[in-house]
Design a protein around this ligand. Structure first.
Ligand code: XLS
Ligand code: NI
Ligand code: NI
Length: 441
């Protein structure tokens, strides 16, 4: 059956199109440098926000009107798969992502849940045969069910740890079965509410153990996806152990996991951590740890993970700048971990939201590509650090000096030649690039 009757295939129509159900900037075949937009951006649809979410919030029940509402249980799960592949095809999107519980209902027992998953995974595999859409990543939801009240890998109950581990095992098998390019760990409740009842060392050690077991099992079954952790500072816990990229990296290094994992960086999690999105991308990039991106945005006036579709062009420019400087996302992609607002409850809003996100990132890509081609920031940065390319600066960076020599040198210094940081000039230039990239089109 057809679920989105009012929507045809979404085509690129250019900036002057008045058709809301068209791409204005995202033109999958258009080359930006060596690669096409589709190859660089690697967009993914988040199954949970698009097909499972009912748009409830802490103050009210769901508002979403969905063409699959009339079904229940396994019939609902099957209808969602059918609708999902219609959606992927109409949006012409290369990837999707899911948690285990998004695709199939949990049963009374682990065995029953796994049987439900087997049925739906087989169905998804059938649809994938005739579809260009591939699995960017899958994960398991080890946070919603009441058994995970105290966490999963960090639970105070060893039985819960075992249950979580069993779900991860199944998740890895599903990833292999569907050819996932990455496997994500977002530790929904891997943190604490209060230190007053928490053995932080044991909890962190146990998460480290779970990650090693997952890596061993992936090797055992020949699942070669890139493992990713997705930092988030808080919510629902008061403190998550993978607070941000820097603390996540310290965690990975401490437990000998830094060669196994990279980061899946979510824009809204970055801002929740008190960082800019580009800070998190940059930190990961310079440590060769940038794996994939959950492309969304937070609301500046709300202090939680609002998971809005990304529409802020300034942010997409700076994000794409980091991604291009990284040489792309490799096996990662731009997954829209984003939901339509509670008031945008119509089925078509799902298309409008993805179009907005895809066009915003396509704009970011085009603008960032020009900034890099023209070395706009590179020239300013090279000039700013120029003192390290000769004399005492060169000796510092090459490790050819010590405190004695530096003291002798400093005793002879009478004036310092610091130069302007030029921030306002830089911002004005970025604005110019944002505007001129599309003028004349
Ligand atoms: C929640 C996370 C979640 C992960 C996948 O805040 O962003 O959606 O991306 O478990
Ligand atoms: Ni996410
Ligand atoms: Ni999130």
């Amino acid at each position: 059956m057809t679920y989105f009757k009012n929507v045809n295939d979404i085509q690129f129509e250019g900036l002057n199109s008045s058709n809301p159900l068209s791409f204005k900037i995202y033109n999958p075949e258009e080359k930006i440098g060596e690669k096409t937009m589709e190859e660089i951006l690697r967009f993914g649809v988040a199954y949970w926000h698009t097909f499972t979410e009912d748009l409830s919030d802490p103050f009210g029940t769901g508002t979403a009107i969905r063409p699959w509402d009339k079904y229940q249980g396994m019939d609902l799960a099957k209808a969602r798969v059918e609708a999902a592949f219609e959606f992927f095809e109409k949006l012409n999107v290369p990837y999707f992502c899911f948690h285990d519980v998004d695709i199939a209902p949990e049963g009374e027992t682990l065995r029953e849940s796994n049987a439900n998953l087997d049925t739906i995974v087989a169905l998804i595999k059938e649809y994938m045969k005739d579809s260009k859409t591939k699995l960017l990543w899958n994960t398991v939801n080890n946070f919603s069910h009441p058994r995970f009240v105290h966490g999963a890998g960090s639970s105070s109950s060893a039985d819960v740890f075992a249950y979580a581990a069993a779900k991860v095992k199944k998740g890895l098998e599903i990833g292999k079965e569907l050819g996932a390019e990455n496997y994500v760990f977002w530790g929904g409740r891997e943190g604490y509410e209060t230190l007053l009842n928490t053995d932080m060392k044991l909890e962190m050690d146990n998460i480290g153990r779970l990650f090693h077991m997952a890596n061993d099992y992936a090797k055992e079954i020949g699942f070669d996806a890139q493992f990713l952790i997705e930092p988030k500072p808080k919510e629902p816990t008061t403190h998550q152990y993978d607070f941000d990229v820097a603390s996540g990296y310290a965690f990975l290094q401490h437990y000998g996991l830094e060669d196994i994992f990279k980061f899946n960086i979510e824009a809204n999690h970055a801002t929740l951590a008190g960082h800019t999105f580009e800070h998190e991308l940059h930190y990961a990039r310079i440590h060769n740890m940038l794996g994939s991106v959950d492309a969304n945005q937070g609301h500046p006036l709300l202090g939680w993970d609002t998971d809005e579709f990304p529409t802020d062009l300034y942010t997409t420019v700076l994000a794409m700048y980091e991604i291009l400087k990284n040489g792309g996302l490799g096996r990662g992609g731009l997954n829209f971990d984003a939901k339509v607002r509670r008031g945008s409850f119509a089925p078509e809003d799902l298309f409008h939201a993805h179009i907005a996100g895809m066009d915003s990132y396509a704009a970011g890509l085009k603008i960032a590509h020009r900034l890099i081609e023209d070395n706009v920031l590179e020239n300013i940065i090279a000039e700013r650090y120029q003192t390290y390319s000769e004399g005492v600066g060169k000796e510092i960076v090459e490790g050819n000096t010590d405190l004695h020599k530096l003291e002798a040198y400093a005793l002879g210094l009478t004036k310092f030649n610091n130069h302007s940081g030029k921030l306002e000039r830089i911002k004005a230039t970025i604005n110019q690039y944002i505007l001129t990239t599309f003028s004349g089109q």
